[in-house]
Write a protein that binds this ligand. Structure first.
Ligand code: GTP
Ligand code: SPV
Ligand code: MN
Length: 606
């Protein structure tokens, strides 16, 4: 068994213990090289799990098991010592009990497989702000995805060997093989009631069993960079957030950096890469999903993107909506649960062109190409949560400073979600605490990014962190309020609430979104630049008449007016829902400042 490169006693002991428990046939320590990626990918193709795409250089399509297509929030646990520390929005199990269950499931779980040991860094290797982890997995698919999504390799292992500091992440698909048995092209995973995505916040450890998909299995992403990192951030006075980071340049060449927290599949990747429809403005990408932010010596918050790739939603992505994402996934990309065309390319609903001939859908069945680039519900060629895994460096609009370990100074935080009514296109908080209030009340229609019977229903998703906060959400609100006291109003980012998803009576989106969101970004930029472009309303600051550039916009002035006005009746219902159903969940942990903001809003609305 080759394990020579792990020399640190603590790391070696941890790996040895997992070998004894999981009983793999072989152990392999990853070096992060292209040769390693190519070799593992070839094995995945040879085993029938991956289909190389003739039409796309160095790219492979995977089809998962139909039960293993998205995050599983019902099977995701925060196993803190005390139940109260997981809080009302997380699933809690006693950590000793959960470890017992997981140990039982894991005994011999890697029989017939290779155990891969992946040393990885979230953030630029060796930077002060970065964190190192070791993911142990029995999935070569996970190794290849981790190569793209994180920084993997011997340099990271050297740092771990020197320091002994790493976040242990144990992953198994939970499908051991009998002697001579092979996967034979069938995606390995365990049944739903045996899946566990477990976090031990006090130990800073992660243990994931039974799923091979996305955030359940690529443990650097949601498990480490959000759930565990949010706990570190609380303890150390920083922020780990479900936020895109973009660089915005105005026609005069002035630059501001903006982050945005929207729930899963609500537009972060698209906003991070947008091509403005208003002349002279430019958007470049720093990150599309996660931001880690710390105060600099100047009192401003600096953000880094801990990831190295995009795990982006495929359906709806096309050359009109997000050309930069299409270009990012042009080659060297892993596609999961997309359709396959006769000429060996991927296809999905909303790709921007109809397919020809016969397709193979995400379940592996042959199907005639739909007449348009849409399919009837339930008959999709690509799964609604089909994804591409693409290296960030392939993005044409990646900002030059995207890997700067210092991070970029943030001028504005955006919160948002899919709200068909009530919430206007944009409004700004009156001050920091009001902004924290806005973050705390974010709601959104549940999307296919999670396996749930609530898809399509509006649920509260505070700060877009409902599935990702590793501790009590009431304490998390308090953490945000406390951070606001650590700097001055001038230095703190301004806070905005946006909504691209208002619908008309026929259920059509009123706002065209995508590139036209630049019109809102420009207003936000000017707000941060001290321009007199806002009016005070009951709910906060909103664009003055004419302050949003509507030149060339394909929306009627009446409709623009509607989404830029205060829906008083809608907001009254909103307040009632927050007061009766949302805030009571947090009990004594609800900071009084937020209850006070709710009272003030109600009073202003009269
Ligand atoms: P996660 O990776 O799950 O965290 O998602 P995300 O927040 O990055 O969402 P993404 O940008 O991938 O968008 C998800 C879906 O929303 C895609 O199908 C997009 O086409 C659609 N979408 C994104 N932006 C807009 C918009 O401005 N308007 C409308 N109507 N749809 C949008
Ligand atoms: C999300 O669900 O917010 C994602 C996809 O970004 S996953 O990595 O699967 O969590
Ligand atoms: Mn996400």
């Amino acid at each position: 068994m080759e394990r020579t490169s792990i020399t640190n006693a603590k790391a070696k002991q941890w790996v040895d213990e997992q070998v004894a428990l999981c009983q793999p046939d072989a152990v392999y320590v990853c070096d992060g090289s292209q040769a390693e990626y190519d070799r593992l990918m070839k094995e995945l193709v040879d085993s029938g799990l991956g289909t190389p795409l003739k039409a796309r250089k160095n790219s492979v399509l995977f089809r998962s098991d139909p039960s293993d297509v998205a995050r599983v929030e019902d099977r995701t646990y925060i196993a803190s010592q005390k139940e109260e520390d997981a809080g009302p929005t997380n699933h809690w199990i006693n950590p000793d009990e959960l470890k017992k269950t997981l140990s039982g499931l894991s005994a011999g779980c890697m029989k017939g497989r290779t155990m891969y040991v992946i040393p990885f860094s979230m953030g630029p290797v060796g930077s002060d702000i970065g964190k190192n982890g070791i993911e142990i997995t029995d999935s070569a698919y996970v190794v290849c995805n981790m190569h793209i999504m994180t920084r993997v390799g011997t340099k990271v292992l050297d740092l771990i060997n020197q320091s002994g500091k790493f976040i242990p992440c144990l992953h198994s698909v939970g499908k051991p093989l009998a002697s001579g048995e092979k996967d034979l092209g069938v995606w390995p995973c365990a049944p739903m009631d045996k899946k566990y995505i477990a976090h031990f916040p006090e130990e800073r450890a992660i243990w994931s069993f039974g799923s091979g998909y996305g955030g359940n299995a690529l443990l650097g992403k949601k498990c480490l960079a959000l759930r565990i990192a949010s706990v570190l951030a609380r303890d150390e006075g920083w922020l780990a957030e479900h936020m895109l980071i973009l660089k915005l340049t105005n026609p005069e060449g002035k630059v501001k950096y903006v982050t945005g927290a929207f729930p899963s599949a609500c537009g972060k990747t698209n906003l991070a890469m947008l091509i403005p429809t208003i002349p002279g403005w430019k958007v470049e990408t720093i990150g599309d999903d996660i931001a880690w932010m710390k105060f600099g010596a100047d009192g401003r918050l600096y953000a880094i993107n801990p990831e190295a790739g995009f795990f982006g939603v495929a359906p709806g992505t096309n050359n009109e909506s997000n050309k930069n994402a299409m270009e990012s996934a042009k080659e060297n990309t892993i596609f999961t649960n997309c359709g396959l065309t006769e000429d060996g390319d991927i296809w999905w609903e909303g790709i921007g062109y109809p397919a020809k001939g016969t397709l193979i859908d995400w379940k592996g069945n042959k199907k005639p190409a739909p007449a348009k680039d849409k399919s009837p519900k339930g008959e999709e060629i690509a799964h609604a949560n089909a994804r591409f895994t693409a290296p960030a460096k392939q993005c044409p609009c990646i900002a030059a400073e995207w890997e700067d370990p210092k991070g970029v100074p943030i001028s504005a935080f955006l919160f948002g979600g899919r709200r068909p009514s009530t919430i206007p296109l944009v409004h700004q908080s009156r001050d920091w605490n009001h902004g924290v209030f806005l973050g705390s009340i974010v709601g959104s229609e549940v999307t296919a990014a999670v396996i749930s019977d609530q898809v399509g229903q509006v649920r509260r998703d505070p700060f877009a962190m409902l599935p990702f906060c590793g501790y009590n959400m009431g304490d998390y609100f308090q953490h945000w309020l406390d951070l606001g006291k650590q700097s001055t109003a001038d230095n703190l980012p301004k806070i905005f609430y946006v909504n691209w998803f208002r619908k008309d009576a026929d259920g059509n989106f009123i706002w065209p979104g995508y590139g036209d969101n630049s019109r809102v970004l420009a207003w936000i930029f000017d707000r941060c630049d001290g321009k007199d472009n806002a009016v005070e309303t009951e709910i906060g600051l909103m664009p003055k008449d004419g302050a949003i550039n509507t030149q060339g916009l394909n929306v009627s002035p009446a409709a623009v007016k509607e989404i830029l006005s205060v829906d008083r009746e809608g907001w009254k219902k909103e307040i009632k829902d927050i007061r009766e159903k949302h805030y009571p969940k947090f009990g004594a942990k609800l900071p009084p400042e937020l209850a006070a903001e709710l009272d003030k809003l109600e009073k202003r609305l009269g």
